[in-house]
Write a protein that binds this ligand. Sequence first.
Ligand SMILES: *Cc1c(COP(=O)(O)O)cnc(C)c1O
Length: 387
Amino acid sequence: MIYLDHHATTPVDPRVLDAMLPYFTRHFGNAASRNHAFGWAAEEAVEQARSQVARILGASAKELIFTSGATESINLAIKGAAEVYAAKGNHLITSAAEHKATLDTMAALEAKGFRVTVLGVDRYGRVRPDELEGALTPETILVSVIHGNNEVGTLQDLAALGRLCRAHGALFHVDAAQTVGKVPLDVEEMAIDLLSISGHKLYAPKGVGALYVRRKNPRVRLAPQMHGGGHERGLRSGTLNVPGIVGLGKACEVAMAEMSDEAVRVGALRDRLFEGLQAALPGVALNGHPTDRLPGNLNVSFEGVAGENLMSGLAGLAVSSGSACTSASLEPSHVLTAMGIPEDLIHGSIRFGLGRETTEAEIDRTLEIVITQVRKVREASPLNRTP
Ligand SMILES: *Cc1c(COP(=O)(O)O)cnc(C)c1O
């Protein structure tokens, strides 16, 4: 099997695993135990990880709280802000190209009486700054936007969007699950107030994440969504997942050191894949922005090819298609739909997600498999027979 689904999850980097292992056995203490060395060792490791995560965002360690992943961080950021600032207004803004964690959180708040504006996106999946500006009102509490799209890889111009939010007094939350450790981020330059991180998208384990919460200019307040022992400054109670947190910190340290080289290497493999497909096959269309996108993302549509026929022949490849299988029906991706991609091209799309361990040999083998399958499906399809 060739793994090209790094937007879904990534393997744990061996260096990350090595850093974590002592915290399962020898240093198993509870970071909240103040009375003995077991607790102190765990707490010290957590604080080191907090600094490592802060550094990759240009934030200070006190501004980070650990969670179980980006879904929890997104829920805490949006619901927590909506609750605290409800007296200011009841309006929230997001985009049609968000992850379900954001869209469903917004829908839950809408059901509770908040007004939610879902901005459309351009054909690359980007929010248009002028449309955001038109939607902002004095009642707008928060704007939530995805940084790197998990389907098409397109990157938003965060600095432009952040400036507008700041000017209109709305909080700016960024879903950076796909971009932390892949492309540069800076919460000051981009005027970000809240930012969600997922461990398992950056070579740390599943079940750990973080939320950046700005502490000054402005100081962001959130209502906790999990109550208990008052961990994480009262924002997220629950005994800390010390090994996971250590892993997330280490993953950020590794990514910070290697991000720029890795982006060049993975980006070149991605280009090799796209150019190989284009050279061998007619009717290959790129979905997403041609340049402003994640280095490891390639989302392409094959004209005249039905998704289920395409995927069935890719047995040796771990990739995703543009249609999500919901029970019996094939539902077209909401992101590609929002970008205006026709439904037949959505069903004929594949998302390749390259990552740290992807090799050139794997890309060449992938080209063979995909080219063979697309040709086979096109030859068998009545759509492609001239009448
Ligand atoms: C994976 C992902 C999430 C959810 O993250 P979890 O840590 O799995 O909860 C949210 N947003 C985006 C863009 C993602 O890719």
